[in-house]
Design a protein around this ligand. Structure first.
Ligand code: ZN
Length: 277
């Protein structure tokens, strides 16, 4: 059964990249004014700023900081690069703690030409190297499986099944999964793997947008909810039937939508949220 329509914005979260033209200060101001209740902050938005002050400003405006995006990119051909990635993830965990985000989202990484199984081994090693620090900072790590069109260079973790397998292998309460409908909507195993994920108490985040036909850019042509073919409400039903009660995070990368007046875009997001999420 699809979920019941949403009737308010109490579980609406926006990723700062969704409104890319806005600085973090503008995002906080406009999200709060519109009644949005959560924000997931991309690391670029904290550059040149004090993360703890940004977190305080968000909370003072009535916004919960839902996650920091993003860590990951663990695999590399050279050992030195793998160590650099681990250092960068340790810093990302520190930033998440400072901004007050309980979750760091991981885009796990891949290297063109590296066998995917080897990339997954390096991802497991990379996460294992930072999980103690995550635990001591009380920041959970969310593995986000990415659509297989990104298996060459962005993530060797492409299905919920692979993300669950990786979590089983790491066996830590500080490692879980972020379900992004854009990446996993096509997977015939999606529903049982959501059930498996939730049963292990590791379903940590839920991201929404839509899949446009045709998609004209592999990265920056995501659709607003309702513009594409993803059964978003059905998938929300599956995560909620399995106990997920967190935010519905709107994460859209779109050159077309970034070119709009962002206040008008935010109003469209809220309309689409009630109609299609
Ligand atoms: Zn996502």
């Amino acid at each position: 059964m699809p979920a019941e329509p949403l009737t308010d914005f109490s579980r609406l979260c926006l990723h700062t990249i969704t409104t890319k033209p806005w600085s973090i200060e503008e995002a906080i101001e406009h999200y709060a004014a519109a009644g949005v209740r959560g924000m997931s902050i991309w690391r670029q938005w904290l550059e040149g700023r004090d993360p703890s002050q940004c977190g305080q400003a968000a909370r003072a405006a009535g916004l919960e900081v839902v996650s920091l995006v993003r860590g990951g990119f663990f695999p590399a051909l050279e050992a030195e690069k793998r160590l650099e990635a681990i250092d960068d993830n340790l810093r990302a965990i520190d930033e998440a703690a400072a901004v007050g985000a309980p979750l760091l989202v991981l885009v796990c990484g891949a290297v063109p030409g590296m066998p995917l199984a080897e990339a997954r081994n390096q991802i497991a090693d990379g996460i294992a190297a930072v999980v103690d620090h995550a635990s001591s900072c009380r920041v959970k790590l969310a593995i986000e499986p990415l659509h297989p069109m990104y298996a060459d260079s962005r993530s060797a973790v492409n299905t919920m099944g692979q993300a669950n397998d990786l979590c089983d292998r790491l066996d830590s309460p500080w490692v879980g999964v972020a379900v992004d409908v854009y990446h996993v909507w096509w997977d015939p195993e999606l529903k049982p793997q959501i059930e498996r994920c939730a049963a292990a108490e590791r379903l940590l985040a839920f991201h929404v947008c839509d899949w446009r036909t045709p998609t004209i850019d592999l990265l920056n042509d995501r659709g607003l909810m309702g513009e594409g073919c993803i059964p978003i409400r059905q998938i929300r039903g599956w995560v909620e039937e399995n106990g997920f009660a967190g935010f519905n995070e709107v994460e859209i990368f779109s050159d077309r939508l970034w070119a709009m007046d962002q206040k008008a875009f935010l109003a469209k997001i809220q309309e689409a949220y009630l109609a299609h999420v």
